[in-house]
Design a binder for this molecule. Structure first.
Ligand SMILES: Nc1nc2c(c(=O)[nH]1)N[C@H]1C(S)=C(S)[C@@H](COP(=O)(O)OP(=O)(O)OC[C@H]3O[C@@H](n4cnc5c(=O)[nH]c(N)nc54)[C@H](O)[C@@H]3O)O[C@H]1N2
Ligand SMILES: Nc1nc2c(c(=O)[nH]1)N[C@H]1C(S)=C(S)[C@@H](COP(=O)(O)OP(=O)(O)OC[C@H]3O[C@@H](n4cnc5c(=O)[nH]c(N)nc54)[C@H](O)[C@@H]3O)O[C@H]1N2
Ligand code: SF4
Ligand SMILES: [Mo]
Length: 736
């Protein structure tokens, strides 16, 4: 509460209490709410970066209470003074004419008109309530995100499910992390990435599967570079990516050949007896069945599926099982975004278990998250799991959380939400008629986007809550709620290694934009359920509520005193229970070999590989891979396109990468225009023939809004995560 800028304490007290539409109309309300009240003029503040899940800390240099510049924090245990271009440009993207500054409400003629918050909140209430009354609680859904503060996503999920009474809400983490969540839950008994970043530095063999670290997590690559053990760095990726080129060995697996490859590696380990027998017998169940199952996967029989020679598979098997060597496995979207993502991720976990490479320095079966707060959304968004990693379907869990929150138990739904793709189907079939989208841009990022865009227009009422007013999704909105962005609000994020860190308000939100926290508070008050959220007054108050919800769970964080404690400690990794061991800066899980299943043992989970949902054929002879294009581009580019510096760091054109031999056959040269067509749509791109591609495979970055016109909606059956990285396309040279 340092600088109140002359406002009366009384107004501040009111501001910290429940937010009402009336209060928002009081003079000066926005001035006060959007001033950086926790920032001392001419001082330095800190925030965790709001782009990727690495979770670098940035030091924000303040002038008159607002950030005038930033530098990466030298002694933060994650980034050690480093940042990638997006982090350096984090402030630059905040000031832009396309920021949403006022609520916008579509009138009868389809024109978006400015509205005040009172009108916006009452319209939200009346329109959604109307739909719910007519069509029942399953007729309205929300789509949340991994890119707002934990306290905001918890408030959102709690208001939507306990206050509005909705049953269905999912988030963009489904596009990204659902596979890891399900694989960890099944294998370990809880969604628990086991590692700490120091493991990158302490490993002898680092295996990256479907992970382009140099582009997607550049500061984690810097951590790899600090490894003094001369590690072998193996990249398993169909493309010879920037990371593969910098590695010691690239394994150019055929796209979606991973499961066969990983099972074949397991076959070799069983055959050669390269196993940690003691670990297997003391800490796992199901190994014997698995050993039996992999007997069919001799390298010679996996050549076709993997696109690799048997001797390459044998060589890889030897490298990952050298006695006494610390092997760490890391995976990202090349694994998760697949029709068989869960079993592929579990095939990695199985290899780590077989070789005892878990719970020790430099080891682990490690899923790297993507968005700045993907881990926060996995534990606290109240979408697929109940607050704190609890289970909606478990009556004891519902009772526990209801007691902690002091709300009636029957407010908590007794089943989990439909998944994202099922919500989309529900809209298409007319069962879902109202949708609230927060901090995600599905009209660009969702798979088979043409279908999605048509479906959005079928909705009776679409509310979009975003920091910009012109995103592909915002353009379809009936009501746009203007959100303050990273830098304009407080809260916490949880990074890939489970480290919780704070974000702070150091910039004034434009116009009448409010933090997501304040928007939800206003909507809850207007809805008339603010009684349920009496104690949810500030982000830090909510943090304490969530700590209580975590008590006794694997993610117990009851030992954290508060935000200041997090800042003092350099972030704190979960778990950190009250009364537990003293804090250490770097901590990994499973050091005692105890997993979270009731018997304390990890499970072997496996299935045979299936066929890809859309195989290539004569008409569509190429497999399209998609992914990150450069370290300067973030997803749908609503933010990164606003920085002149970042725009200079990648090509303007949409680049299609393809193998030179394929290009030659089609008469395509560098910089030629090429039409790329799938069964669902087409686009035009600029050709870049490059030997980094495999024959028969082509690559497009996901940052262009046309890429997902081509992709095929298909999902992993266990996680319902979309398979963005393989569909069949045709190429045609096109005159420019
Ligand atoms: N600059 C930047 N950084 C980001 C993001 C961003 O948009 N821009 N997004 C963040 C988010 S949310 C995420 S989830 C992460 C994603 O981080 P990554 O997963 O590392 O990024 P991608 O490029 O999507 O996919 C990684 C690799 O998977 C490979 N791949 C495709 N198919 C297969 C396959 O069948 N097998 C294997 N083994 N590999 C395959 C692709 O060739 C690609 O190189 O990045 C985060 N960081
Ligand atoms: N083809 C293909 N498609 C993909 C992928 C792929 O590899 N290939 N990857 C998938 C993955 S892993 C992911 S994570 C998704 C990402 O997909 P999206 O989540 O749709 O992408 P973003 O551009 O990050 O969208 C975030 C939105 O939130 C807004 N925003 C930013 N900060 C705030 C805030 O504080 N409050 C509010 N209210 N709004 C805010 C931004 O302006 C933006 O509109 O894309 C997926 N789509
Ligand atoms: S690596 Fe990720 S967290 Fe670090 S500065 Fe870059 S975008 Fe931000
Ligand atoms: Mo992601």
């Amino acid at each position: 509460m340092a600088t109140l800028h002359g406002k009366t304490p009384d107004l501040l007290r009111r501001w910290n209490g429940p937010l009402t539409a009336e209060l928002l109309q009081s003079p000066g309300a926005f001035g006060l709410g959007n001033l950086p009240v926790n920032a001392q003029p001419d001082a330095t503040s800190t925030s965790i970066c709001g782009f990727c899940s690495t979770g670098c800390q940035l030091s924000l240099h303040l002038s008159k209470g607002e950030a005038a510049g930033l530098t990466p924090t030298p002694d933060y245990p994650v980034n050690l003074g480093m940042a990638c271009p997006k982090g350096w440009e984090a402030l630059a993207v905040l000031d832009d004419p396309s920021r949403a500054t006022h609520p916008l409400l579509r009138d009868d003629k389809g024109r978006a008109r400015r509205a005040d918050w009172h009108r916006a909140a009452t319209t939200f209430r009346d329109r959604f309530r109307n739909i719910l009354q007519k069509h029942g609680r399953e007729s309205v859904a929300f789509l949340s995100t991994g890119q707002i503060a934990t306290e905001e996503m918890a408030f959102l999920g709690a208001f939507a499910k306990f206050g509005m009474g909705l049953l269905h809400g999912d988030g963009n983490t489904r596009q990204c992390m659902a596979t890891s969540v399900v694989s960890y839950k099944e294998s370990f008994g809880f969604d628990a990435p086991p590692y700490t970043y120091a493991d990158f530095e302490e490993s002898d063999v680092i295996v990256l599967v479907g992970s382009n670290l140099c582009i997607a997590h550049p500061i984690l690559w810097q951590r790899v570079m600090r490894n003094k053990r001369s590690p072998e760095i193996i990249v398993i990726d169909p493309r010879r990516t920037e990371t593969a080129q910098a590695a010691t060995w690239h394994v150019p697996v055929r796209s979606k050949g991973d499961l066969s490859l990983l099972l074949s590696l397991a076959h070799c380990l069983v055959r050669d007896g390269s196993l940690d027998r003691r670990f297997l017998s003391e800490h796992t169940t199901g190994f014997e069945e698995f050993a039996d199952f992999v007997s069919d996967y001799a390298p010679a029989s996996c050549e076709e599926a993997t696109g690799l020679r048997a001797h390459e598979i044998e060589s890889l098997a030897r490298r990952i099982s050298k006695p006494g060597k610390r092997v760490s496995w890391w995976w990202t979207m090349g694994v998760n975004q697949s029709h068989e993502g869960v079993r592929t991720a579990q095939a990695i976990i199985n290899l780590a278990l077989m070789t005892g490479n878990i719970g020790k320095p430099g080891t682990g079966a490690n899923s790297i998250t993507g968005q700045c707060n993907a881990m926060g959304s996995r534990l606290f968004s109240n979408t697929t799991s109940l607050l704190g990693g609890h289970d909606f379907a478990n009556a004891d869990h519902r009772r526990k959380v209801a007691n902690l929150l002091e709300i009636p138990e029957e407010r908590i739904p007794d089943r989990p939400s439909l998944a994202y793709d099922q919500i989309v189907d529900g809209i298409e079939q007319g069962r879902i008629r109202g949708l609230w989208v927060i901090a995600t841009n599905p009209a660009h990022s969702w798979i088979h986007q043409g279908r999605l865009r048509n479906i959005l227009d079928k909705l009776e009422f679409l509310v979009v809550q975003d920091m910009y007013m012109d995103t592909e999704t915002a353009r379809h909105a009936d009501l746009l709620l203007p959100a303050a962005a990273w830098g304009e609000k407080a809260g916490t994020f949880i990074n890939s290694e489970r480290r919780i860190g704070t974000i702070k308000q150091v910039h004034r939100a434009p116009g009448q934009a409010l933090s997501d926290f304040r928007i939800i508070q206003l909507l809850a008050t207007t809805w008339g359920c603010d009684d349920l959220f009496r104690k949810w007054t500030t982000p830090e108050a909510v943090f304490h509520i969530l700590q209580r919800c975590s008590a006794g769970q694997p993610c117990d964080i009851t030992g954290i005193a508060g935000y200041e404690d997090l800042d003092r400690a350099g972030g704190i990794q979960w778990p950190f229970p009250a009364g537990g061991p003293p804090l250490q800066r770097e901590r990994r899980l499973f050091e005692d070999g105890q997993f979270y299943h009731p018997d304390g043992r990890a499970r072997f989970r496996f299935d045979p590989p299936g066929s890809v949902p859309e195989p290539v054929c004569e008409e569509f002879p190429f497999t399209l891979l998609t992914g990150r294009g450069s370290s300067a581009q973030w997803h749908t580019e609503t933010r990164t396109s606003k920085s002149a510096v970042l725009r200079k760091l990648h090509p303007d054109a949409l680049i299609l990468e393809l193998h030179p031999a394929d290009a030659r056959l089609l008469g395509i040269h560098t910089n030629d225009r090429v039409t790329v067509r799938s069964r669902r749509g087409e686009l035009t791109a600029t050709a870049f023939p490059t030997p980094t591609m495999r024959r028969g495979e082509v690559f497009l970055p996901m940052h262009d809004s046309s890429t997902n016109r081509l992709t095929l909606q298909s999902v992993d059956p266990f996680s319902r995560q979309p398979a963005y990285k393989a569909c069949a396309v045709a190429l045609k040279w096109t005159p420019s």
